[in-house]
Design a protein around this ligand. Structure first.
Ligand SMILES: NC(=O)c1ccc[n+]([C@@H]2O[C@H](COP(=O)([O-])OP(=O)(O)OC[C@H]3O[C@@H](n4cnc5c(N)ncnc54)[C@H](O)[C@@H]3O)[C@@H](O)[C@H]2O)c1
Length: 407
C-alpha cells in the first residue's frame, strides 16, 4: 500500500521533480514559474520565447533561482527561441509540463502543440480570443489523455478567502440569488519599445493594446471577475448588452478603455459588470458582489470578504485588508485576498500530476472565455447578443503578419 502511494502509475515519485518548461518568459510567465519552483517540486528545466532578449532574461532569472534552490542550471540545449520555439519545447522528451504564458492570441495554438506532445499543461487565460479558437480548444480538450493534466490560469478560484465564500454561496447561503455586480478598474499598461524595431515587433511586444493579440480588456483582464461570477452562479450568461469605448487612451492600439456589460444568467439573474483600464495604479479595484433573498456576499480582491444576512460570515484573516495589500500587480502576484492564489493553484496542479488524478480544465476555460466574448460582441455591435448568436457568428480574428520574420 505504501509503495503504491509513493509511486504513481505515471512514474513520479512523491518528491520527484516535474520537469517544467516555460513558454513565454515575460512578466506573468516568470512570476508563475517562480511560484511553481518555490511552492512545488516542479523545476524549470527549459525556456522558450520568440525574442532573444526575453529568453536571455528568463535564463538569467531561472539560473539564479535554481541555484538558490540548490537545483541545476538550465542546459543551453533546453533554450528555444523564435516562432517555432513552442514546437521544439513541445517535442522535447526532457520536459513533463509546459506553462503557456504567451499573449492570448497564441494560447490555443500553443495548447494544441503541448497536448499533442503529451505534456501536462498550465495554460494562462483566456483559452481563445475568438470563436474559432474556442472551438479549436474544445477539440483539443477531447484529445487530452486521462494521464495528462491541463489547468487554466484562473488562480482566483484557489485564493483561500474566495474559495471559502464560493463554497458558502454554492451551498445556498444567499438564498435565491437575484442579481450580481462586478468591477475591474485597472491602471493603464505601459509601453514596451525597443530602438529600431519594426511595427510588427512593436505590436507583438505591446500586445495588451491590440484587440487581436489580447482579445481586448474584457477577454484578457476582466475575465477573472467574470469567471468568479460564472463559478459562483454555476452557469454562464445566456445573453448580454454592453456599452463602452476608448474615451481616454490616445496611444497606439484599438483596445477599449471601459466596458459596461449587463449579462443575463439563467432565472433572470442580471450581472452588471463595469471596467476601466487607464490612469495610474490608484484607480485599482476589482471584485464581485452577489445579492440574494437571504443575504449578500462581497468578494473583492482587496478588503473584507464576507456574507451579510441570515447566514452572516466573514473571512477572518486580515491579509486582504493589510496596508499595501490593495496594489495592482500586472504579473498577477497580488498581496491582497489573492496572496496565496498562485501558490495554492500551483500546488493543486502539480498534485494532480504526481497523484495521477489529472485535471482537464479546457472546457471550463473556454466557457469563461466565451462569456467574455459575449460581452465584447454586444459592446462592439451595439446590440443584445445571445449565447447562440455568439456561437453562430463564427467570429475570427486574424493576426495579419507572419511570425517567420522573428526566426
Ligand atoms: N492569471 C493572471 O492573473 C495573469 C496576469 C497577467 C497576465 N496573464 C496572462 O499571461 C500571459 C502573458 O502575459 P505577460 O504579462 O507575461 O506578457 P509579457 O508580454 O510580459 O510576456 C509574454 C512573453 O511571450 C513572448 N511571446 C510572444 N509571442 C510569442 C510566441 N508566438 N511564441 C513564443 N513566445 C512569445 C514574449 O516575447 C514575452 O516574453 C497573457 O496571456 C496574459 O493574459 C495572466
Amino acid at each position: 500500500m505504501l509503495l503504491l502511494k509513493e509511486h504513481t502509475a505515471f512514474g513520479y515519485q512523491a518528491n520527484s521533480a516535474v520537469r517544467h518548461g516555460l513558454l513565454g518568459c515575460g512578466n506573468r510567465g516568470t512570476s508563475v514559474a517562480t511560484s511553481f519552483s518555490e511552492n512545488t517540486t516542479a523545476q524549470v528545466v527549459a525556456l522558450a520565447d520568440i525574442f532573444a532578449d526575453k529568453l536571455a532574461a528568463g535564463h538569467d532569472h531561472f539560473n539564479k533561482l535554481n541555484a538558490n534552490l540548490g537545483r541545476a542550471a538550465i542546459d543551453e540545449k533546453m533554450l528555444f527561441r523564435g516562432p517555432h520555439a513552442f514546437e521544439q519545447l513541445a517535442a522535447s522528451p526532457d520536459v513533463d509540463m509546459i506553462q503557456i504564458s504567451t499573449p492570448p492570441f497564441f494560447h490555443v495554438q500553443h495548447l494544441e502543440a503541448a497536448v499533442a506532445g503529451g505534456k501536462h499543461v498550465y495554460c494562462e487565460k483566456p483559452v481563445g480570443i475568438d470563436i474559432r479558437q474556442a472551438n479549436q480548444a474544445l477539440e483539443i480538450a477531447k484529445r487530452v489523455k486521462p494521464t495528462q493534466s491541463v489547468d487554466v490560469g484562473f488562480q482566483c478560484r484557489m485564493a483561500p478567502p474566495l474559495a471559502a465564500i464560493a463554497q458558502r454561496i454554492q451551498s445556498g447561503a444567499l438564498g435565491k440569488i437575484a442579481t450580481a455586480s462586478g468591477i475591474y478598474n485597472a491602471p493603464a499598461s505601459t509601453e514596451k519599445s525597443r530602438p529600431g524595431e519594426s511595427q510588427d515587433e512593436y505590436r507583438l511586444r505591446n500586445w495588451l493594446w491590440d484587440r487581436v493579440l489580447s482579445g481586448d480588456i474584457l477577454v484578457e483582464q476582466n475575465i477573472h471577475i467574470i469567471d468568479l461570477c460564472n463559478w459562483m452562479l454555476g452557469a454562464h450568461p445566456l445573453k448580454a448588452t454592453a456599452t463602452g469605448g476608448r474615451n481616454i487612451l490616445t496611444h497606439w492600439g484599438d483596445i477599449w478603455d471601459n466596458y459596461q456589460v449587463d449579462y443575463t444568467y439563467p432565472n433572470e439573474v442580471h450581472f452588471s459588470f463595469a471596467s476601466t483600464q487607464f490612469g495610474d495604479e490608484h484607480t485599482f479595484d476589482a471584485g464581485l458582489r452577489l445579492f440574494g433573498g437571504s443575504g449578500s456576499a462581497a468578494a473583492p480582491y482587496s478588503g473584507p470578504v464576507q456574507i451579510t444576512g441570515s447566514n452572516a460570515w466573514a473571512w477572518q484573516d486580515s491579509e486582504g485588508t493589510a496596508p499595501g495589500s490593495g496594489k495592482f500587480a500586472a504579473n498577477g502576484a497580488f498581496l491582497d485576498n489573492l496572496k496565496y492564489a498562485d501558490r495554492d493553484k500551483d500546488r493543486a496542479f502539480i498534485e494532480s500530476i504526481t497523484s495521477g488524478q489529472c485535471h482537464n480544465q479546457i472546457a471550463a476555460g473556454v466557457e469563461t472565455a466565451l462569456s467574455c466574448m459575449l460581452g465584447r460582441m454586444a459592446g462592439y455591435q451595439h446590440r443584445e447578443v445571445t449565447w447562440e448568436d455568439l456561437l453562430a457568428h463564427g467570429e475570427n480574428y486574424e493576426l495579419g503578419f507572419s511570425l517567420e520574420q522573428f526566426a
